[in-house]
Design a protein around this ligand. Structure first.
Ligand SMILES: Cc1cc2nc3c(=O)[nH]c(=O)nc-3n(C[C@H](O)[C@H](O)[C@H](O)COP(=O)(O)O)c2cc1C
Length: 401
């Protein structure tokens, strides 16, 4: 099927450069719909984009529709990717704050495809902490950004904020579109979040896992074309688009759900923080307060990862290790004991790492003993590094089959 891109042009001085981007992408046989913001029309005309894209141009949410479909929804559904070039500080700020008050921001909000911003603005605007925070926030939610270049800006200032050359933007767009489908045909099972182990009908034991890492992996795997099932303990997170979520409470529930989906999966990524122990007995009634101390006896939960490692055969199995000390030695031991392909290890005491953060700082250790240390990055970026490693491993394993 022919690929289709929606190009959003917002009201910056670099808006005219979007004409070359449209024309370059069209030469590559990609279908294009352009959305201009009202302010972009002060800089460039819809007619130029209409001519170069060979398609109608949308500027207004309430303009006469070209077909009997709700325009922003149909454009969002049709797009393999949305590029916003140039992206103003204003449009970035609106999307970061959930504002959908024109055709471009409404389409972005309705879209499930990869969304790539190419910001361009005065260097002081770009370096403004609010703009930077908005960019960081959107990155953490899975939106992509093409870095602006440094140089003389239209306003006469020297610094970062220039829209990169059309060829550079086109290259980035093509990279994202190819990446889009590189896991097509793979069945990926991801586990995420904490487990909840009941003490009585009112009380339970759990941990601080937010599920953010596992959800980011599930989201990115789906974006890259995999079929994804996400087995998740209770979290406050929304299930990512195109991911099938299976909600569970306890480690025993998790074990059952994992076993039920074992045959289906080619790749299993265990990012959940599964409780090692549960109360030996769940009281049917609320345990009443008494004058003396009470003792809660805990029993071992099933070791799901070890069980998977024993029967994994040709499947790829990835584990996580969250430790507070001796990280690498624990992680190496876990790889051997659980027969993992590789492990993602993080010290939850490190700044920027751990459960509630949108970022992580990890080392990845494979079963051959190779160790890669990574700087702090968003969980979405890390998800893609993990998926790239899986893809490389899967290619090597297939060549030996
Ligand atoms: C001459 C001129 C040039 C501008 N250039 C930029 C720019 O390069 N980047 C930017 O973020 N805003 C720029 N602005 C400000 C935006 O036009 C303004 O924030 C507007 O509200 C953006 O609307 P939109 O995001 O809906 O297109 C410029 C304004 C003017 C008058």
């Amino acid at each position: 099927m022919k690929k289709h891109i929606v190009i959003g042009v917002s009201g910056g001085i670099a808006a005219y450069k979007a004409l070359d981007i449209v024309s370059g992408l069209r030469k590559r046989d990609i279908g294009i719909n352009v959305i201009l913001t009202k302010n972009a029309c002060e800089f460039v005309t819809p007619l130029s984009f209409q001519t170069l894209s060979n398609n109608y141009v949308v500027t207004d949410t309430f303009q006469e529709p070209k077909a009997w479909e709700v325009e922003h929804i149909s454009l969002a559904k049709k797009a393999s990717l949305i590029l916003i070039a140039p992206a103003t500080a204003n449009v970035i700020g609106k999307v970061a704050n959930g504002i959908a008050d024109d055709m471009l921001t409404t389409t972005i909000m309705a879209a499930r495809c990869p969304i790539v911003f190419a910001p361009a603005m005065n260097t002081n605007m770009y370096n403004n902490p609010i703009v930077q925070e908005n960019i960081q926030f959107l990155r953490s939610k899975g939106y992509y950004f093409i870095e602006p270049e440094s140089g003389w800006l239209a306003c006469g200032d020297l610094g970062k904020g220039k829209l990169p050359k059309p060829e550079v933007i086109i290259e980035e767009v093509l990279k994202h579109m190819n990446q889009n489908q590189d896991l097509e045909g793979k069945n990926i099972l991801v586990t995420a979040g904490p487990t909840v182990e009941a003490i009585d009908p009112m009380r339970y034991i759990t941990n601080h896992s937010s599920g953010k890492m596992g959800y980011a992996i599930a989201q990115q795997a789906a974006v890259r074309g995999a079929s994804v099932k996400l087995i998740s303990g209770p979290t406050h997170l929304q299930c990512p688009p195109y991911v099938e979520k299976i909600g569970i409470q306890s480690a025993v529930d998790m074990q059952q759900a994992v076993n039920a989906n074992f045959q289906w999966a080619d790749i299993i990524i265990k990012a959940a923080a599964v409780a090692d122990y549960r109360p030996i007995e769940e009281s049917k009634h609320k345990i009443k307060k008494a004058n003396q101390d009470i003792t809660l006896t805990l029993t071992r939960n099933p070791d799901i990862l070890q069980e998977l490692g024993r029967k994994k055969a040709n499947k790829i199995l990835v584990g996580f290790a969250a430790e507070t000390k001796d990280l690498i030695s624990y992680a190496k031991e876990k790889i051997m004991k659980k027969n993992l392909d590789f492990i993602v290890a993080n010290n939850i005491n490190e700044k920027g790492a751990g459960f509630k953060e949108d970022t992580n700082v990890v080392s990845i250790i494979d079963k051959e003993g190779n160790i890669n240390h990574y700087p702090m990055m968003s969980k979405v970026e890390l998800a893609n590094i993990i998926l790239d490693k899986i893809k490389d491993r899967s290619a090597i394993m297939n060549s030996f089959r």
